[in-house]
Design a protein around this ligand. Structure first.
Ligand SMILES: Nc1ncnc2c1ncn2[C@@H]1O[C@H](COP(=O)(O)OP(=O)(O)OP(=O)(O)O)[C@@H](O)[C@H]1O
Ligand SMILES: [Mg+2]
Length: 402
């Protein structure tokens, strides 16, 4: 499933077998053999085993797995840098396993950008010429090449470095050049194979943060290989976990961490904290009692007393959250006002309180439930009350099951 986004890449029943006469390996007889058994029996190595997945447009799609699990083979197969042994690959609805060599080159140049772990910069070219490399291949006029490459360098924070050579730059900066080179041609889809794993941890984290910010603006489709779980959880909308060339699980970071499909995935995620991936939206409940802005203070007080509550949330006609009203404030207001029954619930009776969005992770909710006597309200972009999160539910969600 591509989730809520339209599909941009779909892979169906994809196999890659390395070795002599690989198709022979795909017979029914071999279907149940493990990668190692197949290697012993046939001498062939299974790189990818019956992979099917769908990538949504604009999504950050992570491919994760141990070394040798097939991550690089999979990402390279998406543009047929590795040719599949069988199966289908659709890019924007077109089956690219059928493309001629020329059409394939066009597709790679025009639709995709690639970033690798080893930056693959050309040492004798300046930063600008490296960034413009893909545009040169496209045979754009020199002026336009430079203009687009400069813009990409600005985007990755390297304005001013265009006349230096890669050797003059740190690893993090070289990787930015690699990224600029991929971005310069304005590809729809970025393929990134462990782009940050050669970097020191601090630089790496900084690059991840910057890249996330950039992605907010660019909204590209990104296919990103990593073997680092925390990187996957931080960046990914969807994660596909590979095991010996096969899909072990596909899911959101939250699904993978809270509901690992098998032992292999469980080992991967055992150190991950659900507090970092479970969102307010997934554990919120309907509020048990609501007050409405058109109710009068006396009515509100009666409702609260009857239902034995000190206070609760107040919403308006559009279900927008106005805040909370509690017995103490209501009583004070009624005592100080002669004509109180005619007025409606609103300031100063209703007190504004902090609310969160659906995608707020539990880690960020901790401090709020600590200081807040009410459950934490969850609101939409327009301020509508969607649900509430109770302290107990937070602790329930982050405590290990089983
Ligand atoms: N050209 C090739 N010839 C033969 N076997 C190959 C070839 N390329 C990859 N393989 C095999 O396919 C399997 C998957 O390799 P791949 O490079 O895709 O793994 P990976 O998940 O990217 O690993 P890493 O994390 O080490 O980069 C491995 O068993 C590997 O030995
Ligand atoms: Mg690899």
């Amino acid at each position: 499933m591509a989730g809520d986004a339209p599909e941009i890449i779909r892979v169906e029943g994809l196999w890659k077998v390395f070795g002599r006469d690989p198709r022979r390996v795909l017979s029914d007889k071999n279907g149940s053999l493990s990668k190692e058994e197949l290697r012993r029996k046939t001498g062939c190595v299974v790189g990818l085993r019956d992979i099917s997945l769908t990538i949504g447009k604009g999504k950050f799609y992570i491919i994760m797995g141990l070394s040798g699990s097939g991550k690089s083979t999979l990402i390279r197969t998406l543009i047929r840098l590795v040719n599949p042994t069988s199966g289908k690959i659709y890019v924007k609805g077109q089956d690219i396993t059928k493309l001629t060599e020329n059409d394939l080159l066009d597709l790679r140049k025009n639709t995709f950008g690639m970033v690798f772990q080893h930056y693959g910069l050309l040492p004798h070219l300046t930063v600008l010429d490296n960034a413009a490399f893909g545009l040169k291949v496209r045979k754009l006029p020199k002026e336009q090449q430079n203009e687009m490459a400069m813009q990409a360098l600005e985007t990755v924070g390297l304005g001013g470095w265009e006349h230096y050579y890669p050797d003059n730059l740190s690893g993090g900066m070289q990787q930015r050049v690699g990224l600029a080179r991929a971005l310069a041609a304005e590809p729809e889809i970025l393929l990134m194979d462990e782009p940050f794993s050669g970097l020191d941890p601090l630089i790496r984290r900084q690059m991840q943060d910057e890249f996330l910010e950039l992605q907010e603006k660019l909204q590209k489709t990104i296919v990103f290989v990593t073997h680092d779980l925390s990187e996957a959880l931080k960046l990914g909308d969807q994660i596909a976990i590979l095991h010996d060339g096969a899909i072990a699980q596909i899911g959101t970071p939250e699904e993978i961490v809270t509901n690992p499909a098998d032992e292999y995935v469980r080992e991967f995620v055992q150190d991950a904290s659900p507090a970092k991936v479970v969102s307010a939206g997934s554990i919120m409940e309907s509020p048990e009692l609501l007050l409405y802005s058109w109710e009068g203070p006396r009515t509100a007080l009666t409702i609260l007393k009857k239902s034995n509550r000190l206070g609760t949330f107040v919403v308006d006609k559009e279900h927008k959250l106005l805040g909370v009203a509690n017995q103490e404030r209501l009583e004070k207001f009624l005592a100080s006002s002669d004509n109180s029954e005619s007025s409606k619930l609103g300031p100063p009776v209703v007190k504004e309180i902090p609310a969160v969005r659906e995608d707020c992770i539990l880690e960020d909710l901790f401090s709020m439930v600590h200081t807040n006597p009410y459950p934490v309200p969850v609101v939409s972009d327009t301020g509508r009350l969607l649900g509430v999160v109770k302290t107990d539910d937070i602790f329930e969600a982050i405590s290990p099951h089983e």
